[in-house]
Design a protein. Structure first.
Lengths: 226, 226
DNA sequence: TCCGGCCATCGTGTATGCAAGATTCGCGTA
DNA sequence: TACGCGAATCTTGCATACACGATGGCCGGA
């Protein structure tokens, strides 16, 4: 949430547990609905229940786990419908970001965005999904920053963090990275022209396509989890 | 999906503390920057440090307090710039909600929205700000629900919760409730016509006006706090 | 007088213990 | 055999205890 990275302070135990759990959940290593036993997690991380509790609280606030009073914590259920709903909001948030960014980005920022886009050509050509994923993140990051609104940047990043697993999964579909990059190209062009509305439209299409690509993976993921 | 709030269970102690603190902070009863001592809060609420800690963690996740490792929690600083940034995102979120709602609301939902709007006339005439505030919430709530997207509803409500104090404050400006209601009227008309884009435009204007009304209060609030 | 380091004190982070509610399993009865 | 009730067990929610790091004041030296 609070995107403050402070290298000077040693990460708190509860922070480490939180991040480890967040990674495992977003990566799909823990199936939705799984009971998260505090004692068990504690022994697993070599800690007592206290930091585990705090980690679970934080995760519940960010929506990754659900806590029922006196009933413990479970990994938040992710139905196909809910994933689609999350994608819709993501798409709209990304669209509003790019609309503002197209109007507000400085020439320097526009150039940096173009550079990132150009760099990604190589990753696509090599079929390096991880590298493309990284550049994809930076591309969208630059758009967030382009809104020149720190609060929007925070919220957009928090939401994307929650969607990380799904947004990465859709890139694994055959030919999707190349298409994704093409869509970025159209997006970039609208941004360069300062046409916010057009950029927003392109972004919605881009996210909709990603959602479609993900959907074709959904059944696989579901069967994998059970 | 599992958005079942369970009224049968007694509120947890940490929940009660969280809500009490959230109220005091959003109501401006605790000045930004104030150190929140765990022990002290514990004795104040008749609880030990443990539930207080959990409450503070939750509040930090929702942005009301800031926690630095080993340095404790302070009430989050709200600069004028940050408030404006939050208002901008609020406006955009509200706009995207109403755009979707104008396309998706059922006739029944549209009627309910109209009814709420009509009810509010009386509150404005009587100058009953609290009552208008309540109806205002219901009006915007209905629009969220009109998106037919549970995730969007959740997020929109969470954001509004964070802005509650500011959005209420602006209503105290002279004549603002009447203007606010007029803006709702234009909004409602666009929704009734199913014109999402126009409704979104009206909503941005509505929120922008609210932001302006708030700004004229900012210096007062600030001086009031010190 | 001003600056820097050391020490006391305070507050947070973590561990552990205890009690209450929930789940589950077993037993008795229909 | 199936269903319902109750007790045991498990897990959470909260309290308390302890340790480490941070903050602030004091003293000594320049």
């Amino acid at each position: 949430m609070n995107a403050e990275q402070d290298p000077s302070t040693v990460p708190l135990l509860s922070e480490r547990i939180r991040m480890a759990l967040a990674d495992e959940i977003t990566a799909g290593l823990i199936a939705p609905g799984t009971q998260l036993d505090e004692q068990q997690l504690g022994t697993r991380f070599g800690a007592s229940r206290t930091p585990v509790r705090e980690a679970l609280r934080q995760l519940s606030a960010s929506g990754l786990v659900e806590m029922r009073p006196r009933r413990g914590a479970v990994v938040a259920a992710m139905t196909a419908e809910r994933i689609f709903e999350m994608f819709e909001l993501s798409a709209e948030i990304e669209a509003l970001c790019v609309r503002l960014a197209a109007w507000r980005m400085t020439p320097l920022e526009r150039n940096r965005l173009r550079r990132i886009h150009e760099e990604s050509a190589d990753a696509v050509a090599r079929g390096d999904i991880d590298e493309y994923d990284r550049l994809n993140w930076r591309f969208h990051d630059s758009i967030y920053e382009g809104t020149h609104n720190a609060f929007i940047v925070e919220q957009a990043k928090a939401l994307r963090e929650r969607m990380a697993a799904f947004r990465r999964a859709q890139l694994r579909e055959d030919g999707r990275p190349a298409l994704s990059r093409e869509e970025h190209g159209a997006l970039l062009e609208a941004i360069m022209r300062g046409d916010g509305e057009e950029a927003a439209k392109q972004m919605r299409a881009h996210m909709f396509n990603a959602s479609g690509a993900l959907e074709r993976f959904a059944s696989f993921v579901n069967s994998d989890h059970r």
